[in-house]
Structure formats: structure tokens, C-alpha cells
Design a protein around this ligand. Sequence first.
Ligand code: DLL
Length: 430
Amino acid sequence: MFSPEIETIDRKALKEMQLERLKYTVRYAYENVPMYRERFDAIGLKPEHIKTFKDLENIPYTTKDDLRDHYPFGLYAVPMKKIIRIHASSGTTGKPITCGYTRRDLDNWSTCLARLLSMAGATDEDIFQISFGYGLFTGGFGLHYGVEKLGATVVPMSSGNTERQLMLMKDFGVTALIATPSYAMYLGETAKREGILQDLKVRLICMGAEASTAETHESLQHIFNAFPTENYGLTEVGGPGVAGECREKAGMHINEDMFYPEIVNIEKNKVLSEGEEGEMVLTTLTKEGMPILRYRTKDITSITYEPCKCGRTLARMSRVKGRTDDMLIIRGVNVFPSQIESVLMGMEELGKTYEIIVDRVNYMDTLEVKVEVDDANLLTDYSKLEELVAKIKHKLRVVLQIDVKVKLVEPFSIKRAEGKVKRVTDLRKK
Ligand code: DLL
């Protein structure tokens, strides 16, 4: 363990530490960030009113729009000379949002990541290839300094150039790969196609930045003969490093000394209990550069506080089911792309890449899934093809309760993503 004193901390002691840090952060944000002071003053709330975890519920949420409205540096709590790094996330629409880090923030950030990598099973003997983009995106640099803090070797490859990625993985004897799940899959299937899988020494795959399913993890484990894990985070609270899986793969341990998580039902404005599914809301506990109170992540998950078999006492969040804004409503039925992925990735006749196309025809929503077959020969055998389409449709119907149109296409015919993958095209929005 990288920080055993924190990772196995007695929960009562953790709660005390969190409450103290929470009170400090609330006061710090109030005194140094005008937006928070104005919000508190508008409802007559003072930092000293926050005495318990329950009191936290009186603080209004912070949203992505708040970050956009204060672009670029309006939410920073320190003068710019104390900010030594800036990252940003563009999202798909609108202005980017930024996050500013002080020296201490960067140090805490790399500690968070070193912990997550170590709980995933990495040691200082591993050689990591980082295939997340380096740049304003938090993935590349975030993981980079985490690997260095762990004392392992970094190959700062960045994203793209798949052939070269594989060449270096082989030549450098890379033992641990860091990538999005979709890019890890692309690397795996390309290595398989080129017949070099047996030359790779990858034993660990650390993924993050996009949703994945148990079936995707199993496929990757099978392809690389390596242990897949994932970690979670977002630019608004500093990037990756919020939570990650240990070897038990029974949820992602949250770095609770640095982040205070709540699971909230936003419509009812209610903080939910252990095990209940809702939106993750995060408050930073140690951030100097840009403290954030009650950030609405839009990510749907749940939390358990049960101690883990690995010996850690840090709470665990379940795999993210999806984002509230990624949820599709098809003829009144809620559909998460992750439900479709679970079905497709669990079928060995299919390849690992798919697309979801939503449209409206004659006032009716339609959902089409386009997926690659594993073996191109299947596309020439009409009866087998029909049979497979029917099987997929049936499985999707069982999970989604709606009819889905299925189109099977040739292996490698769908464009691969090198960073975050975009699987859904919603033509209704046009
Ligand atoms: O994706 C930070 C990150 C980088 C996390 C590398 C892990 C590894 P953003 O670009 O701001 O930051 O996107 C944040 O990505 O709100 C989730 O919707 C999604 N996301 C991140 N990790 C996971 C995950 C980075 N493990 C948004 N599972 C978040 C599902 C994830 N979704």
C-alpha cells in the first residue's frame, strides 16, 4: 500500500479528519472565492454554520455552468503566482473549464494516483506506457506524476500512433498500460491482428476517463492476459485520482482524505444512503488552487462503506453506470449506453467496437446498434447472419425492454478513438 495510514484508517478517525478538512475548506472557499461568498451571503449561510456533515447539505451545488461562467480563473482561491499548472477540459459543447494547481495540489494529486496504481497491483518495478493524451487533458500528466511518485518507469507515449505504441510496448518490455478502455481495446485487437500479442509483457491495464463494463474488462483480460483495473476522476476536482479499483475489483476506493463524496437524488434534492444509486457530488478537502464545494459530477454510481477484503477501509464507489446527460430516452424508456455495451461485449461472435444511432422517424424514436463481427466470413453466410442479428436483438430487448435495430458490419470498419470514445449519435438533436 502506498499510504497505509490512510488506506486502512479507522473510519471514526477518518470522519474526524474529513469534518475538520470540510470546515476548513468551506471557510477557505468563502473567504477566497467571491462566487462562494456571494452564494452563502444570498442565503444567509456562514462558514461557522457548517458544523456537521448534515450541515453540508445547506450549501448549494456547484455545477459545470458555474465553472464556465467564471472561465478562466474566476474560481481560483490563490493569486496566479501560486498556481503552477493549469489543466482544462473542453467537453463537447461550450466554453472549456479549467483547474489551477498549487505546488501542494500537485503533490497531493500525485499521491492520490500513486495510491491508486499501487492498489491496482503496480510496483516500482513496473514499466508504464501512458497512452492518455498529454496536454490540457488531466489524464496524461496526472498519471505521469503518479507513476513517478510510485517509483516505477514512465514511457510518456501520449495517445495515437497505434503501430508505434505497440512497437514500444514490445521493445521496452512494458508491463503496465494506461489508456482509456476503448483505446486499450484498440491496442489489443491491433496487436492480435498483427500477431504480436505473445511478444507483449503487459500484466496490468489501468483504465479511466470513460465508462466501461465488466464485460469489457473481461475481454481485455482475455486479450492481453493482463489484469484490468479502472480509476475515476474529473477535471473540475483536479482530474484522475478520485477513486480506483484494488485487486478485489469490488468497486473503486475513494481517496476520502482528499474528497468528500455524497450520492444525491437531484430531483428530490436528497442525499442518499449507502448502496443507493444516484449522482456523485464531490467536495474537495485539500485543494488550495481551486477548492470546490458540492460539485455535481452527473456521474451515476453508489457507495459502500463496508471494509474491503483487501484490508482498505476507504469507501468504494461502484462502476459508473453513465452520466445523467448520456442517458437516452427512447420512446419513454431510459437507456444507458453501458447497458448496450454489456450485451455486446458479452458475445464472442462480435468484435469490440460499436456505435449507437438514435433518430426519430414519423414521430417515433428509433435506436440502432451498429456492431462489428469478430469474423468477416460470417457476413457472407446469410442464415447465420440472420440468426445472430435475432440473438442480439433478443438480448438487447431483455435488458432494455425496447426493440433495437441491429446492423452487423465488418471487423475494423468503425472508426477507432484514440482518446475518449464517442459511441452515440443522437440525430434527434439536429
Ligand atoms: O477524464 C479524468 C480522468 C483521466 C479520469 C484519466 C481517469 C483517468 P474529464 O475529461 O474532465 O476528466 O472527464 C470527466 O469522465 O465526469 C466521467 O463522466 C468520466 N469518467 C472518468 N473516469 C471514469 C470512469 C477525466 N472510470 C468525466 N468510469 C467524468 C466512467 C469516467 N466514467
